[in-house]
Design a protein around this ligand. Structure first.
Ligand code: COA
Length: 420
């Protein structure tokens, strides 16, 4: 029998400021409904240059350690999934190791494939634990990103930033993964990319939606056939295979994408039985299986690698007790592209784990800024980052000294460097 493996605990870090999308729409002379209904968002996180992917990742890991009280010696690997690297060679994982004083015995690396990197880290960690190679150790997987398209671009309202850290272990109190039951669909496409040296991504937006949906259809149908093979779909007459999932969570570059994605999954099920889609049923199924997962995504915007896991936080924040013992589906998509559909069973400790994340307090603790301030922040150079006293328990990038990136905050000590 395979060892149960999956997510034992989870944490979240967000930038301290946000922009309301209705304010952005008014400033750009477009109907607010295009952003709130057409794209489905409400607010987006606005990181300043001090809130880079390292500082967000370190803050999320510090919270995970505090929430779980895990003994540091038990951490055998730390993987950061990101597409917002700060260095061509040195991984974010090693910065986080140094800032938090994590063990020198652990494996550290970053995983990059656009928004898929966090899931790549989760799968590698789960396989490492399930194989027995971890020998009782646990892994930390962080998905950390700054989604930046630039002022005045079509992608502007789909920006955001943040980090989700997950403790992966053989005590999956939050989500026990169905190991080996996954479907992958990958291809060499140019739907979204960021050439070396550029701060902003290049994107063929509408094409990226097509690539996402095609990868989803391929990944979902492969997952479905494996799930059937393992007897995970107790199918009855009159219900679609996807309806056996209590929730389906999607990568959320903008909230409306999850609605399109869910319709595509149902279409894949209907095609298999030669049936036609019914709009009202699709809408009902979206409300039942997907909607609650988007509440936190709508507040923070796109967080690239972390978006799927922000959706997980959204679903569990609302319904962890009701979902206990029930199977959910998850779809991760990274442009370029690689899509993976996988599933897992919500654990007994999900509600308690979510209480410790404190999602409400993190959202409510943010400061609303106006469009002028957002544009000022977007125009700031990355080095040196504006000095701000780091808030309690948070890390900040402060600038480069002697060619080395310096950070402030956290638990104090030599990493605090003030640049005059
Ligand atoms: N009221 C309500 N809805 C409105 C509206 C209004 N006044 N005006 C437009 N809309 C709807 C459109 O009908 C469309 O909905 P649909 O996709 O269901 O048809 C939606 O708002 C978006 O409008 P569109 O004209 O397609 O927006 P856009 O050309 O500005 O681009 C993206 C949208 C997502 C392509 C763009 O923001 C982008 O490139 N984002 C980054 C890439 C990305 O996130 N890709 C996702 C896959 S990884």
């Amino acid at each position: 029998m395979t060892t149960p493996t999956g997510i034992e605990a989870i944490s979240l870090a967000l930038p301290r400021r946000y922009l309301d999308l209705e304010d952005l729409a008014r400033a750009r002379g477009i109907a607010p409904e295009k952003l709130t209904v057409g794209l489905g968002g409400r607010r987006m996180s606005v990181p300043d240059p001090g809130e880079d992917s390292v500082s967000l990742a370190a803050t999320a890991v510090a919270r995970l350690l505090a929430q779980t009280g895990i003994e540091r010696e038990r951490i055998g690997q730390l993987i950061v999934g990101t597409e917002s690297a700060v260095d061509h060679a040195k991984p974010i994982a090693s910065f986080v190791q140094g800032l938090l004083g994590l063990p020198h015995t652990m494996r550290t690396y970053d995983a990059q494939h656009a928004c898929y990197g966090g899931t790549a880290g989760l799968m590698a960690s789960a396989a490492w634990i399930a194989s027995g190679a971890a020998d009782g150790q646990v892994a930390i997987v962080v998905a950390a990103d700054v989604a930046r398209y630039g002022v005045g671009t079509a992608g502007e309202p789909t920006q955001g930033a943040g980090a989700v850290a997950m403790l992966v272990s053989a005590q999956p109190a939050v989500l026990a993964l169905d190991l080996g039951v996954c479907g992958v669909s990958s291809a060499d496409v140019h739907d979204f990319w960021r050439p070396l040296g550029r701060r902003e991504a290049l994107v063929d937006g509408h094409y990226s939606i097509e690539c996402y949906l095609e990868a989803l259809a391929g990944a979902y149908t492969r997952w479905r056939s494996r799930a059937r093979g393992r007897g995970l779909l107790a199918e009855g007459a009159g219900s679609l295979p996807s309806e056996h999932l209590a929730r389906v969570l999607y990568h959320v570059p903008f909230c409306k994408m999850a609605r399109k994605a869910h319709a595509r999954v149902r279409q894949a099920d209907l095609e298999a039985i030669d049936a036609a889609a019914n709009e009202a049923e699709t809408a009902l199924s979206f409300d039942r299986q997907v909607k609650s997962s988007l509440e936190v995504c709508a507040e923070v915007g796109n967080v690239y690698t972390a978006s799927l896991y922000v959706a997980l936080l959204g679903a569990l924040r609302r319904d962890a007790d009701a979902l206990r013992g029930r199977r959910i589906g998850l779809f991760s998509y990274g442009s370029g592209c690689c899509g993976e559909f996988f599933s897992g069973v919500v654990g007994d400790g999900a509600a308690e784990a979510l209480r410790k994340v404190g999602v409400e307090a993190l959202l409510e603790g943010r400061e609303r800024i106006d469009v002028a301030e957002y544009e000022r922040i977007m125009g700031l150079p990355v080095d040196p980052a504006p000095w701000e006293e780091p808030l309690e328990g948070r890390y900040r990038f402060v600038g480069v000294a002697d060619g080395r990136r310096r950070y402030a905050g956290g638990r104090g000590g030599p990493q605090i460097v003030r640049l005059s």
